[in-house]
Structure formats: structure tokens, C-alpha cells
Design a protein around this ligand. Structure first.
Ligand code: GDG
Length: 498
């Protein structure tokens, strides 16, 4: 407990979005349900063991909530106004950083007013974390929306050990250097003791940006940060490929009701010989259009017939107020409509398209129902859908077609790897997946499963937190015991009052 009565925690996770959703029932009563995301599952055991707290936004504007507890997790809400959401979240996060960090697949927009809001909101997150973390505690900041938080937090609380994990790619310098605020972003991240990336290539891109933009020296995986008036600080920047709770996907898929549902799904599609599946947020990084183009051409060429093959495409709604996403939806739905119009028979439809989100049970049934999973992302930090498919296939069947431009392709080498830009190559790979003999499917799926089961999300969070603890130990050995500035409590209180 701090002097001003705020509860403090030794382990604090900070992410843009809290792991809980606000549910308002018909009679107006309000409750919170834990969102079943991978991050919550990964961090829940750590949070419980450390009695930790989660700092983030509750997903709706102007809620002005006090800290509360949900399902045993201590929640510390950060309030965002409608303007913050427009400028910091939909603007700078999703219309500047997202396209820039995904190889400029869509053109990023640069607006100073969005940047100002990003700085302002990052500061509020840093202050919220500073106010609830105990002396010498650990703070783990998540993702691209909060890249300035590590440095801002270190300035307020030099006693803390700070980690940062980037869930999306970190772009090559030739692309990153477009960002008008590139140096501020790099210095923001360098406030952390450990910076985690999905792939080694992302960590290397970051180190190169550090060399180009700052006077700091890099010797993989260490960056020596030299700041005026303080001793050099060591930052570790390396890959920690994220994963899923593989065991829970497998046990869900093993439930008889899920297997029954998988059979029902196939029957509902008219029991085609082959069911192919795509599951993506409706996002231009996911290469949904490339997948549809390849499938449409295979039907047009007569290499696939609508009686034999159905493509189920789940495109879950995403960022629906951002213009690029509104246009993407129109494009994809036009293409789906054309392919279905051109090739449907009275009894069969080539594409079963769903602009909806589904419960986890239904996802598991879909994975079991699919002979082929198509992941054709043009750039993707990791792609958890690929890993979920593999984890669900306890029957050692199913073929994973996986884009080389996903982080997952670094690990899942026995998938059928494709370059989604090469439409002929993609078509050939789809045909190969459909025709693959059972023995080859089994041997490939076995190898994929071994990787996903051994490298699950618990291992990911353990590896990151161990590195963070190690960094903290090194820091305390290299420097004299750190004294908290005397006016620290005052600083935090004053900032909160502002
Ligand atoms: C970012 C990075 C990185 C999707 N539709 C439904 C649904 N989902 C679930 C999937 C999966 C998750 O959402 C999507 O994760 P991905 O990894 O595929 O992609 P992003 O959303 O872009 O995530 C990515 C990830 O962060 C983690 O670091 O891998 O590269 O872009 O779990 O199953 N889940 C349910 N219904 C749906 O309709 N229940």
C-alpha cells in the first residue's frame, strides 16, 4: 500500500486493452467477463503467483472506472475519451504504426495531432502503472500502442524493472525511417530492460534502427544505452516467439461434442471431399484477397470443382471505423460474391463466408472440420491461428498451408510454406495440400504438433520473465542499490491530480 492508500503490486502488465469485457444485462446491471485471449491464459498463472495487476483500457469511451477485481485479476482501468480513441487508437496506432510495421501493405498516414495524442495517452498509461507498482517491482508493457511507456515509466520510477513485448513485426530500417517520430519511438522502447520481438529478424531490424538513430552501441542481443548524467544501462533485445495454450486447444478438440459439431459443419456444407478454412480478423495484412484469387482461378481453370471443395472463410470484424478496413470489407465481399455468383450450383457454394466472431468451441470444431487451413498473410507478427489449428489436430491429420511472411513460419517448417504474392505458386500449393496422401499428412502434422506442444504460451511467458528477472539482477549488481527519489510519491500523486 502506498502513502496515499493506493494498492501496489509487484508484477504489473500494461496493455492497450484490458483482458475483460464489460457486459450490461437487460436489467441494466453491469458485470465483467474475462476475454479468452492467449495473453490472459499466458499471464494468468504468473499474475496469480505474483498477486499482479493489469493496467489497460476497458474498451469503451469515458467510463471513468475505479480499480476492481474480475475473476481474481486486479484490474486498473485507464480512461480514454472519444478523442483519444480517434487519435491515439484508430489514428496513430491503427492507421500509422500498424501499416508501417506491416511493410506498408497499406499506406500509413502521418498526422501530428495523432502523434500528440499518442504521447499523451502513453504518458497516462505510464503514470497509471507507476502509481500501482510496488518499489522494485516488475512492469511488462505489451505492444505497439504503448512504445513510449517504457521510457516514460523509467523517468518516473527508476527503481522498476521494465519489459516490453512487440506482438507485431518491427520493420526494416528503410521502412521504419519514414516515421517522423522514429527517434522518439526507439528511445521510448529503450526505457525497457528487455524488449521482446516475435522473430529474430524483428530484433535485428530494431538493433539496426538503434544504430542509425542513436549513439548507443549494440552487440546482439545487448544494447548499451548511454545517457547523460547516468551510468550506461544494458537493454536486452531478442526474439521470444509467442504461442498458445496448446493443451487447452487439444482437450477442447478431444471433447465428443466438438467432434460431433465438426461433423455437423461438414454435413451442413454438403459433405464436400475437401473443406478448406481461413480464419482471420478482417485485416489487409492477412492476404484474404490473395487466397480468394487463387481459389477463384482454380475453380475457373476447372482444376477444382465446387462439388468437391468448399472454402470456409471466417473474417471476424475488426477496426470498423478505420477507412482502410471499410474499403477492405467492400473489396473482399465483392470478390466473395463474384466467385459464389460465378461458380455456385443449386446445392453447393464455393465459399462459405462469415463476417462474424465465433465462440472458442466453434473455432475448435472448425479446425477439426478443415482438411486444409490456409494462412496467406502478407505480413504477420506470429499468427496464432496456424498454431491453434495444429494444436487441435490430435488426430494428426489436416494440412497447414502457411505464408513465409508470418512469424510462425520460422518455427512451423513442415507446413507447406508459400509466398502468397505468387498466385501460381499458391494455386499449386493448394492443389498439393488437397492431394496429399494420409501418410505425409500424418508425418508433417506430427512434427508441427511436437513444436507447438513443446513451445506453448506458458514457456513463452516464463522465458520472457526469466530474462527480465535476470536483467534486474544484472542491473542491481552493476549499479549501487537504487534509491527512490524522495519526491517520488509526491510526483505520482501530482501527476494523478493533473
Ligand atoms: C496479433 C498479431 C500475433 C479470430 N477470430 C475469432 C477468434 N480469433 C482469434 C484466433 C486467434 C486470434 O484471434 C488471432 O490471432 P492472430 O495471431 O492470428 O492475429 P492478430 O489478431 O493479428 O494478433 C499476430 C498475435 O497478435 C499474438 O502476438 O500472432 O501476428 O497480428 O487466437 O483464434 N477467436 C474466436 N472467435 C473468432 O471469430 N473465439
Amino acid at each position: 500500500m502506498s502513502n496515499n492508500g493506493t494498492r501496489e503490486y509487484d508484477f504489473v502488465v500494461v496493455s492497450n486493452r484490458l483482458p475483460v469485457d464489460r457486459v450490461v444485462s437487460a436489467d441494466g446491471t453491469e458485470s465483467w467477463s474475462t476475454s479468452p485471449g492467449g495473453l490472459v491464459t499466458a499471464l494468468e498463472p504468473v499474475m496469480r503467483a505474483a498477486d499482479g495487476a493489469w493496467v489497460g483500457w476497458a474498451g469503451q469511451p469515458d467510463l471513468r472506472l475505479s480499480p476492481f477485481e474480475s475473476d481474481g485479476i486486479h484490474i486498473v482501468p485507464v480512461d480514454l475519451s472519444a478523442d483519444d480513441i480517434e487519435n491515439y487508437y484508430e489514428g496513430f496506432s491503427n492507421d500509422t504504426l500498424w501499416p508501417l510495421y506491416h511493410d506498408v501493405i497499406a499506406p500509413p498516414s502521418y498526422h501530428r495531432i495523432w502523434w500528440d495524442s499518442y504521447v499523451d495517452v502513453n504518458r497516462r498509461f505510464a503514470e497509471a502503472a507507476a502509481a500501482v507498482t510496488s518499489r522494485g517491482g516488475i512492469v511488462w508493457v505489451q505492444d505497439y500502442q504503448l512504445q513510449l511507456v517504457p521510457r516514460m515509466l523509467r523517468e518516473i520510477r527508476p527503481d522498476l524493472t521494465i519489459g516490453f513485448f512487440n506482438h507485431i513485426p518491427f520493420p526494416p530500417y528503410g521502412i521504419f525511417s519514414q516515421l517522423p517520430w522514429r527517434a522518439q519511438v526507439v528511445e521510448g522502447l529503450l526505457g525497457a530492460d528487455v524488449i521482446g520481438f516475435q522473430r529474430q529478424a524483428d530484433a535485428s531490424n530494431f538493433s539496426r534502427a538503434v544504430r542509425r538513430l542513436t549513439p548507443h552501441t549494440t552487440r546482439n542481443p545487448i544494447i548499451e544505452v548511454n545517457a547523460e548524467r547516468s551510468p550506461a544501462r544494458r537493454v536486452v533485445a531478442k526474439a521470444f516467439p509467442i504461442s498458445i495454450d496448446a493443451a487447452s486447444f487439444e482437450s477442447l478438440a478431444r471433447e465428443p461434442r466438438i467432434q460431433e459439431r465438426a461433423r455437423e459443419i461438414r454435413a451442413g456444407l454438403g459433405n464436400p471431399k475437401t473443406v478448406m478454412l481461413g480464419v482471420d480478423r478482417l485485416d489487409y495484412t492477412k492476404g484474404i484477397g490473395h487466397r480468394l484469387k487463387a481459389f477463384g482461378e482454380l475453380l475457373a481453370d476447372g482444376e477444382l470443382s465446387v462439388e468437391d471443395v468448399t472454402l470456409v472463410q471466417v473474417a471476424s470484424p475488426s477496426r470498423e471505423r478505420v477507412e482502410a478496413y471499410i474499403n477492405l470489407r467492400d473489396e473482399i465481399e465483392l470478390t466473395v460474391g463474384r466467385i459464389n455468383g460465378d461458380f455456385a450450383t443449386m446445392s453447393h457454394q464455393p465459399i462459405s463466408y462469415h463476417h462474424q466472431g465465433y465462440p472458442r468451441d466453434e473455432m475448435a470444431a472448425l479446425y477439426l472440420a478443415a482438411d486444409v487451413l490456409l494462412v496467406t498473410a502478407l505480413r504477420d507478427g506470429m499468427n496464432l491461428v496456424a498454431k491453434e489449428y495444429v494444436a487441435s489436430r490430435f488426430d494428426e491429420d489436416g494440412v497447414l498451408v502457411l505464408s513465409e511472411f508470418t512469424g510462425a513460419s520460422d518455427e512451423l517448417k513442415r507446413a507447406l510454406l508459400v509466398n502468397p504474392h505468387d498466385i501460381d505458386g499458391l494455386k499449386a500449393t493448394i492443389l498439393r495440400a488437397i492431394a496429399m496422401p494420409r501418410e505425409e499428412r500424418r508425418s508433417r502434422m506430427r512434427a508441427l504438433r511436437k513444436r507447438v506442444i513443446e513451445h506453448d504460451v506458458a514457456r513463452w511467458s516464463r522465458a520472457f520473465i526469466d530474462t527480465l528477472r535476470q536483467a534486474a539482477d544484472d542491473r542491481f549488481q552493476r549499479t549501487a542499490p537504487m534509491e527512490l527519489p524522495e519526491d517520488l510519491e509526491w510526483t505520482i500523486d501530482r501527476r494523478k491530480a493533473d
